[in-house]
Design a protein around this ligand. Sequence first.
Ligand code: FAD
Length: 326
Amino acid sequence: MNPAPRVAIIGAGIAGLSCATHLVQHGCTVNLFEKSRGPSGRMSTRRGEGWQCDHGAQYFTARSPEFRAEVARWEAAGAAASWPARLAVLGEHDARVPDAALQRFVGTPRMTAPARLLARQLSLATQTTISGLARDEAGWRLASVEHGPLGQRFDSVVLAVPAPQAVPLLGAAPALAAIAAGARMRACWALMLRYAEPLALPFDAAFVNSGPLRWVARDSSKPGRHAPDTWLLHACAAWSEDRLEQTPETVAAALLEAFAAFGARTPDSWSAHRWRYADTEPAIDRGHVLDAALGIGLCGDWLKGGKVEGAWLSGRALAAAMLAAP
Ligand code: FAD
């Protein structure tokens, strides 16, 4: 009997976790490597004393039958729930109108929960930033910033990281490097606001169609949150890109001024976060990339529409293609 294929997956966001889960379910031995302290990537939550706030993905939708079934599993495990938010549109009303009938889900009690649920069944090394990949006759070898060369050998390697972070790791696969280099990912400034007394605004979340903001949400209105009134503001991509190197104070002042124009008062405290690679523009719908001969593949939201569902589908599709490859 052949030994189980050994696969290294770099990145424990929802794409890497989905890919790993599918490969493990089909008999592969999978090791996940993640540079942060925990899994979930951009499905993330900032936590402080007595408060929390989802500052990356805000909610997810489930349009495909496969992802709907997965979300049902997360709901059954208490890791996700529907968020029946009172939605508004601010600014120019016709520019972007939300679909009120669409079911929106969030991780519970925070956005990291689905990833943590998946990671429980997997072998995950955190605080391990992969800095090099090399292939010889024994397979793929990895090196990390924190631990230097890693001892294991792998038959295949998967890069489940944002495209710009994949490029420097793809020296051994120039065709894949060219694909990743062709994806343009855009930035997003996020501002988390805390209020001791709730803000009297008549909505839980709003799509903003003018000025620097594009989305505001009362994080504490999501199911399973027990924190005091916490709000999240996301800035537009173009506005964020132009201010990528500005200080959090400068960015916060501009975003708070824009929020005040919609009736919000000054928060008791705030924190900012700069996402360098929030979304992909223009969107790509390749699904995944696999060089079966070399034993290397790419997955992630950037290859499948740029959302949580796309990331999960991309990881799963790559796993299926790897299992089907000779
Ligand atoms: P990621 O989540 O980015 O995972 C990649 C992982 O790889 C990360 O954990 C990273 O730390 C790790 N990594 C990178 N380089 C290395 C390395 N060298 N070594 C080891 N690990 C590495 N989606 C929605 O569906 N709805 C939304 O409302 C929504 N809003 C968003 C708002 C913002 C501000 C942002 C940033 C994203 C939003 N998204 C939203 C997108 C959603 O978060 C992503 O589509 C999805 O989480 C991407 O998953 P992923 O696994 O492809 O990538």
